[in-house]
Design a protein around this ligand. Structure first.
Ligand code: ATP
Ligand code: MG
Length: 272
């Protein structure tokens, strides 16, 4: 890339606009990711706002998980800048908790529930390493918060899918992050677990934390989320749910594959 100067005085004497540096919990500029020849995520700009709940919406294979993983540096970016709280994302890693898509985790890994949650505390081990008891009680209180306090000594592979999802949320809570990125936290969970998870996420928001979820259930977008980001390889739309979650945006995102009756049942943005 060439170094073109960005501060040029415009012809009318006014300073040309600089690209604004974002202090948002997560901001992507020109993010492109490719596993092969065709990009899975192409030239995406996004700003995920502070102290809000954001849904990432898009069909299977749209690049939602890829976007999160590349933003975190778990997989390489072909191009683009990612900042978190105004810093390069690597510098802000300690402020970000990530819960991967459940299908991508090896559940046969022989470890107990409490150990999985304590892994979330590894950054504090330097401070608290000598106080294993304190780490453990912290991990247990996170398990309690997701209703899994009674399962601490169970092998993680011996839990149901919904219970595993709760344990991974507990691990993210243990990190005490400022930004929570969750890839399909409600996939395959029953109504009670969904309620438990959304209550925890809403309480995080009430504490001023930012939450971003990959989400498939279009019927709950309005109830659960403030902000929406719609993607199908490229960004389709982003903004407040009230104004952005429209039938036009949904049709563009899903390529017209959603039935009109289904769209009618969603409480979409006014005038959509
Ligand atoms: N490790 C990989 N190697 C090659 N291609 C991949 C890899 N991971 C994902 N892809 C491809 O990249 C594209 C985006 O995948 P991604 O997992 O990001 O989609 P998604 O939006 O999260 O979908 P889903 O809703 O099914 O979870 C898909 O076409 C997928 O086949
Ligand atoms: Mg995915």
């Amino acid at each position: 890339m060439t170094d073109t100067p960005v501060t040029l005085a415009a012809a009318d004497g006014q300073a040309a606009r600089l690209p604004q540096k974002s202090d948002a919990p997560l901001a992507l500029r020109g993010l492109t990711v490719s596993y092969g020849e065709k990009p899975a995520v192409f030239s995406v700009d996004a700003t995920f706002p502070a102290a809000q709940m954001t849904a990432i919406i898009g069909p299977n294979g749209a690049g939602k998980s890829t976007l999160l993983k590349a933003a975190l540096g778990v997989i390489p970016r072909l191009s683009g800048d990612v900042t978190s709280f105004g810093e390069p994302v690597d510098a802000a890693r300690a402020r970000i908790a990530y819960v991967p898509q459940r299908a991508s985790v090896d559940w046969d890994f022989p470890t107990t529930v409490i150990d999985v949650v304590m892994m979330g505390l590894y950054r504090q081990v330097g401070l608290l390493g000598r106080f294993t008891g304190r780490l453990k009680s912290r991990a247990l209180s996170c398990l309690d918060r997701v209703g899994m306090g009674g399962f601490a000594d169970r092998q993680i592979g011996q839990l149901s899918g919904g219970q595993q999802q709760r344990v991974f949320l507990a691990r993210a809570l243990a990190q005490d992050a400022d930004l929570y990125l969750l890839d399909e936290p409600f996939a395959g969970v029953d109504a009670a677990t969904e309620r438990a998870i959304i209550d925890v996420l809403k309480s995080l928001k009430a504490e001023g934390k930012s939450v971003v979820c990959v989400h498939h259930d279009l019927a709950t977008v309005r109830d659960y989320f403030d902000h929406v980001f719609m993607i199908n390889v490229r960004k389709i739309a982003e903004g407040p749910v009230e104004t952005t979650f429209t039938s036009e945006a949904l049709n563009a995102t899903y390529g017209g594959r959603l039935a009109a009756t289904h769209i009618d049942q969603l409480r979409l943005a006014e005038g959509a």
